[in-house]
Ligand binder design. Structure first.
Ligand code: DQA
Length: 162
């Protein structure tokens, strides 16, 4: 059986995890989180690739290039969650299973963080559990990949028209 693949994408400043606003984001480094996710994925016969960028266009290009090579995307777009139509558009364009995660509960924070520009085009969202959000998100993504696929009418591409 061919191993399935997952791409984990981290947006700006997440390379500072473990040093940045510890009470909000926890003390785990990104390296540690990625290694943990890799282990969980491997146990489920998945190969996991992770990538972090502080640059919006680089994240967009990464999604364009990798979407045909992976079975799903786990993404924390960080600050771009609230601003990036480009990331929203590329997720709609590629239309593969995608789960959004946030370490903090963005709905309990400043008003400008309460809006995610991707929440209605992804399969689901996990927020507020610190590094555990990634783990829960990974399990949810694998279930989405393994489960019955939604029909074309329910895919994000179609939802955009409404
Ligand atoms: C974040 C929440 C965003 O609002 C913020 O800009 C981040 C991290 C989170 O994981 O809680 O950088 O995505």
């Amino acid at each position: 059986m061919k191993t399935k693949k997952i791409l984990v994408l981290h947006g700006p400043n997440l390379n500072l995890l473990g040093k940045r606003e510890l009470s909000l984001y926890g003390s785990f480094s990104l390296k540690k989180i990625n290694a943990h996710l890799k282990k969980i994925a491997r146990a489920q016969k998945y190969t996991l690739f992770s990538y972090q960028s502080n640059v919006e266009g680089t994240l967009v290009t990464k999604i364009q290039k990798w979407a045909s090579k992976v079975d799903g995307i786990l993404i924390n777009p960080a600050a771009y969650t609230h601003t990036s139509i480009a990331i929203r558009d590329v997720l709609v364009a590629v239309g593969i299973p995608t789960v959004e995660v946030h370490l903090s509960n963005i709905y309990k924070r400043e008003p400008f963080r309460k809006q995610s520009l991707i929440s209605d085009v992804v399969d689901g969202q996990v927020v507020g559990f610190g590094p555990k959000s990634y783990e829960l998100g990974l399990h949810a993504l694998i279930q989405t990949i393994e489960g019955p696929r939604k029909g074309p009418k329910e895919r994000p591409k179609e939802r955009l028209k409404t």
